[in-house]
Design a protein around this ligand. Structure first.
Ligand SMILES: [Zn+2]
Length: 268
């Protein structure tokens, strides 16, 4: 099966077993086709439909259209330790932006253990670690409903304000970075691609969020520089929202005025 639907217990053995039928049923449902759940079998018409939909989608290019850098599909090699099951496409309603707060470098394999769906490097490469239907631990209470993107680099919570820069104890000389144009453009292209993919499967991305909004330990995540260069322009371009004034979940922090001038009075 190369439709991207897993056959968890038996694999593609040529037999049209229960799991194969379940996978076909999920495929049809994801493509907006009403099917009879209880039939326990797939009709000729349904099979023909699967083949037609597959033919129409198989040629779609894989990954975002990156202005610079390469796209790497690491899904087969990425660690599954931070995956918490699968979800229906319709449960995906947002994208959460992160900064890695460290430097990984440009070797794609380094990202195999990163707990997020996607990563973008300083040179503008994009890495795809996990299917979007997988629930991955990356953003606390945003995990269940969002896709996570880690943007590489060490960025201050507020650009130019050293007091908002996180420095590990064993690295007192670490300096804040400025996002590269390549990183910014590839991150934007990656969000555009996610929105298209989710829509193609019958869902809709409505929110573009910051990890900060879901955690009391990630105040600077992804930081004002990335928020202003990646998130705010995309909110306008793709009709996305950060949840609105003072929006946060759990013990997170709202988007502050120092990230977004329209959030008058919201403290960092
Ligand atoms: Zn984060």
């Amino acid at each position: 099966m190369d439709l991207g639907y897993e056959l968890p217990r038996w694999g593609a053995d040529g037999d049209l077993g229960t799991e194969t039928i379940d996978a076909l049923a999920r495929f049809l449902r994801d493509h907006g086709v009403d099917i009879d759940d209880d039939a326990g079998m797939v009709s000729e018409a349904e099979l023909a439909l699967v083949q037609r939909i597959h033919a129409a989608t198989a040629d779609a290019p894989l990954g975002p259209q990156l202005p610079s850098g390469r796209f790497h599909d690491l899904r087969a090699s990425a660690s599954q330790n931070n995956v918490d099951g699968r979800r229906p496409w319709k449960q995906i309603t947002g994208v959460t932006l992160h900064q890695t707060a460290c430097i990984f470098g440009e070797r794609p394999q380094r990202w195999n253990t990163v707990s997020a769906h996607l990563g973008v490097t300083r040179a503008g490469q994009a890495l795809w670690m996990h299917d979007f239907e997988k629930v991955v631990w990356h953003a606390n209470d945003f995990n269940a409903s969002t896709i996570g993107i880690e943007m590489e680099g060490t960025y201050a919570g507020v650009e130019g304000d050293d007091r908002t820069f996180w420095r590990p104890a064993d690295e007192p000389d670490r300096q804040p970075q400025t996002p590269t144009a390549e990183l910014v453009e590839s991150a934007k292209a990656t969000v555009r691609w996610i929105c298209r993919e989710v829509a193609r499967h019958g869902g809709r991305v409505e929110k573009l969020l910051a990890h900060r909004q879901a955690s009391d330990q990630r105040q600077s995540d992804p930081g004002s520089a990335l928020w202003q260069r990646v998130a705010i322009p995309l909110h306008a371009e793709l009709d996305l929202t950060d949840g609105g004034l003072t929006y946060k979940v759990g013990r997170g922090y709202a988007i502050p005025e120092r990230w977004d001038a329209s959030r008058v009075g919201v403290k960092y």
